[in-house]
Design a protein around this ligand. Structure first.
Ligand code: ZN
Length: 338
């Protein structure tokens, strides 16, 4: 079977060649039918190990390429602004931006949600839902030919091993980390999810998620874009990669680690171009250039905000009283039964 190398991989190379301040590394190569594709990491900003870090990941699901494109457009914009914007340069002298724009290159090439082995990378981590609903989308172990296949959760897929090793190495030395993992789903609005997906209890560091949510709301009151919530509000799943990463990080470190999943509501663009209903991969990716630009533009405020949260060290400045107050408000909003 012939599958073209994803365009986005070409862009990663182009950027790294053109801009010397970008650092490019290949986390691994994924082999399929005699061909290899790399998983690449692009970073910029401070290289100090303890620098606060914003991590952006895209295309864990191969059909959700818009995430990769948002990340690449964001990097490009930062590089252009660096040439004249001293405030941005101050920020990037202090914080690091680490990106893995295409986590699942074979999925992108083959236009599938899963990787080339039929495994859904968001159901593959070694973590089991305590209260699974009996629905296929919670993750199934029946067949890789059906969607949401968990694969072998005792041995994660090569893509996740490579990405988790690199990210955990970074988060364990960084003074604080925010992750934004970009997806698109068949919804009518954009959602920001935080752990947990595998059960309905609050995470230990709930106050940090509430802080990010509440400061954004207060600072950008005209932005009504995001439904911010724990992922189980929508559905419970087995094998959630970010649940697993969150638990792994706090086994080794106490530094703040805030993984967020941005689920773009693709119905927002599909309804304007119903022909997209005819193609599975296009359901998750806007096809008209002006619509891709609009999606990219919608989220630039959020990305800049997350950079400023890290630059201003908001997450590490919370005292015990603040923590109690933030946790109380968060429980009232998201966990009324706790
Ligand atoms: Zn997805």
């Amino acid at each position: 079977m012939f599958a073209a190398t994803p365009r986005e991989l070409g862009h990663i190379h182009e950027y790294a060649e053109r801009y010397s301040e970008l650092s490019l590394s290949t986390l691994t190569h994924i082999e399929h039918q005699g061909f290899e594709m790399p998983i690449q990491q692009l970073s910029l900003g401070s290289s100090h190990p303890s620098a606060p870090c914003l991590i952006l990941t895209g295309s864990i699901h191969g059909v959700e390429r818009i995430g990769s494109q948002i990340i690449l457009a964001f990097i490009r914009s930062l590089l252009k602004r660096r040439q004249w914007d001293s405030q941005l340069n101050d920020t990037l002298n202090k914080i690091r931006i680490l990106t893995v724009p295409v986590v699942n290159p074979w999925g992108v090439a083959l236009k599938t949600r899963s990787n080339h082995r039929g495994v859904d990378l968001m159901r593959n981590a070694p973590i089991t839902a305590s209260n699974p609903r009996y629905q296929l989308h919670a993750g199934q172990s029946i067949s890789p030919k059906l969607p949401w296949y968990r694969g072998n959760s005792a041995k994660m897929e090569q893509e996740l091993i490579a990405v988790s090793n690199s990210i955990l190495k970074t988060t364990q030395s960084a003074s604080s980390t925010i992750v934004l993992d970009l997806h698109s789903g068949f919804g009518t609005r954009d959602r920001l999810w935080f752990p947990f997906a595998h059960h309905n209890r609050p995470p230990e560091t709930l106050h940090q998620f509430y802080l990010i949510y509440s400061q954004f709301r207060k600072s950008f009151p005209h932005y009504e874009l995001y439904q911010f919530e724990p992922q189980w509000h929508q559905y419970t799943t087995h094998g959630d990669f970010w649940d697993w990463m969150y638990l792994r990080h706090y086994q080794q470190s106490t530094s703040p680690f805030v993984p967020l999943t941005l689920e773009l509501g693709s119905w927002l663009w599909v309804k304007k171009n119903p022909m997209q209903l005819l193609s599975f991969s296009q359901l998750f990716h806007p096809t008209k250039p002006h619509r891709i630009k609009r999606v990219q533009r919608r989220h630039s405020t959020l990305l800049s905000y997350l950079m400023q949260v890290l630059y201003n060290e908001l997450l590490t400045q919370v005292n015990n009283n603040d923590r109690l107050m933030l946790t109380k408000k968060a429980k009232k909003l998201w966990y009324p039964s706790y």
